[in-house]
Design a protein around this ligand. Structure first.
Ligand code: AMP
Ligand code: MG
Length: 490
């Protein structure tokens, strides 16, 4: 028995999902298998690796699986769509991992489902590899995220704006329940199902809330808290999700859906890469606000179960939504202070110090990741100042700031080496640079060469360590190498 499934979602009422089997593919080939994750899940890694092409393409059913497509709705770029659902993803089942946590295993691109609308239910190789690289990189960065268990090529073409090789991605998640899952039932006016779903997610993701006086209001607050924390951590590493629709926001607090995502090179809060985000709704600096907007949509969906008295329900929901920004600000303060090497005790002038640095980075078109990494070196020795200055348009632009920063640091007792080491644990040397991701994807798509994909996965598995052999991966794009747009994974 390779794995023992316990499919709790399949035991929910019929309207929650549609049973559907994966559609077999012609010539599946295992591209990459995540052994460490398989072991974490308590699976038979040897067996899965040996037969991975069959299992992870959907050609060979895993014993005990109950394949299904989940129903959900969602606001896409602000527009409500009452019926979305898994149009190209099939949940094959849930396992209890070694730590006792329930985890979903899902095949993405495994064929059409009743929610496919006009789509083909398939995924192209490029987006599959992108999700593999970026979701595992996020995990290595210490940010909650869905994971990559496997990628398989199908040997079949998919038809997009051009003909592309097809692939199937095996995603692991704490669950695939989204803000949009609640919206699905709210739009149908099915209060009982909203409550059933809320009880399911409390059991699964927020067991401490069970039996509390107002569990659904507490659930709303708890989801807001996890999302506020998540978005603060995204901002800390320059991550731009790119498509924060309510169907792409999990209830568990994991990052999900890596379609048009990107990492910012030069610091600019207005940065947008997604080719479908023409108005910059999901720009880097908008993400906290959009997080709050999405939490407001969750609050609306939960309204019927928040309080028997409608006015009280609305009042409580509004208050929960209003608290989101304070939650975000508190987490962001922790993130950015750690990036600057500031201790826990806030002193007068700290906020100005933080703001002045960010303003200078913006004005100097400085690389976000590399500047903070060099700042860790500068915390140890002013000999590093030149390397830091070299990242700016005007090399001396940070000189006065560095003096003020050192003055501030001298007011706390931490030894410089200790501070620098702590800063290196929060300021990565390596992020999935867009031009490196693109280069790896193109080599795989155009030449069937997966060596760059493999190398990228390797280097990104240790983002906070100096890896001299991979120095090129730490560098921002050279002129002409910049990627200005990423495309959706459909
Ligand atoms: P996404 O942009 O991946 O968040 O997907 C948004 C919605 O479109 C979801 O309901 C997907 O299941 C659906 N979808 C995206 N691509 C396809 C496809 N190739 N075939 C069927 N449905 C799709
Ligand atoms: Mg999605």
């Amino acid at each position: 028995m390779p794995l023992s499934f316990d499919n709790s979602y399949a035991r929910l009422p019929d309207i929650f999902f549609a049973p559907v089997d994966p559609t077999p593919v012609e010539a599946p080939r295992l591209i990459r298998f995540n052994r460490a994750l398989a072991e974490e899940l308590g699976l038979d890694a040897d067996m899965l690796e040996r037969h991975g092409a069959g299992y992870f393409s959907g050609n060979v059913p895993l014993p005990g699986s109950l394949p299904l497509a989940m129903a959900y709705a969602g606001h896409q770029f602000g527009q409500f769509v009452p019926r979305l659902g898994d149009g190209r993803a099939i949940l094959i089942g849930e396992v209890i991992d070694r730590a006792g946590k329930r985890r979903d295993i899902q095949l993405k691109g495994a064929g059409p489902t009743p929610y496919s609308r006009r789509g083909d239910g398939r995924a192209a190789l490029g987006p599959v590899l992108r999700e593999y690289i970026v979701s595992e990189a996020m995990h290595a960065l210490g940010i909650p995220t869905t994971r990559a268990l496997a990628a398989v090529s199908t040997g079949q073409p998919v038809y997009r704006d051009r003909v592309l090789p097809g692939a199937v991605f095996t995603r692991v998640a704490a669950s695939h329940i989204r803000v949009g899952t609640f919206q699905f039932f709210a739009a149908r006016g099915e209060t009982d199902n909203i409550r059933i779903l809320a009880d399911h997610v409390i059991d699964r993701h927020y067991p401490d809330l069970k039996g509390t006086e107002k569990p659904y209001l507490a659930l709303l607050d708890a989801v807001a808290e996890r999302q506020a924390h998540l978005i603060a951590r995204w901002l800390g590493v320059g991550f731009i999700h790119g498509v924060m629709n309510t169907d792409n926001m999990t209830i568990s607090g994991e990052t999900i859906d890596f379609g048009p995502c990107a990492f910012m090179d030069r610091y600019d809060p207005r940065t947008v890469y997604s080719s479908i985000d023409q108005h910059g709704r999901y720009a880097f600096g908008n993400q906290p606000m959009i997080g709050q907007w999405n939490i407001a949509r969750l609050a609306e969906a939960l309204l019927p179960i928040l309080d028997a008295d409608e006015d009280k329900a609305v009042e409580a929901a509004n208050a929960a939504v209003a608290r989101f920004m304070d939650r975000f600000q508190a987490h962001w303060k922790t993130v950015i202070r750690a990036k600057l090497g500031l201790g826990e005790d806030e002193l007068e002038g700290d906020q100005e110090l933080i703001r002045d640095l960010l303003v200078t980075l913006y004005e100097q078109k400085a690389d976000y990741t590399l500047t903070f990494r060099r700042l860790a070196d500068a915390a140890e020795s002013s000999e590093a100042d030149a390397a830091l200055g070299a990242l700016l348009e005007t090399p001396g632009a940070l000189t006065p700031w560095l003096a003020a920063w050192r003055e501030r640091l001298s007011q706390d007792a931490t030894a410089p080496e200790t501070r620098a080491a702590a800063m290196r644990k929060v300021n990565p040397a390596f992020i999935p640079r867009n031009h490196k991701v693109e280069e790896a994807l193109n080599a795989a798509i155009d030449d069937g060469d997966f060596s760059l994909f493999e190398a990228l996965n390797d280097v990104l598995s240790r983002p906070y360590e100096e890896q001299p052999a991979f120095a090129a991966y730490a560098q921002p794009p050279k002129p002409g190498e910049e990627i200005t747009a990423t495309f959706c994974g459909t």
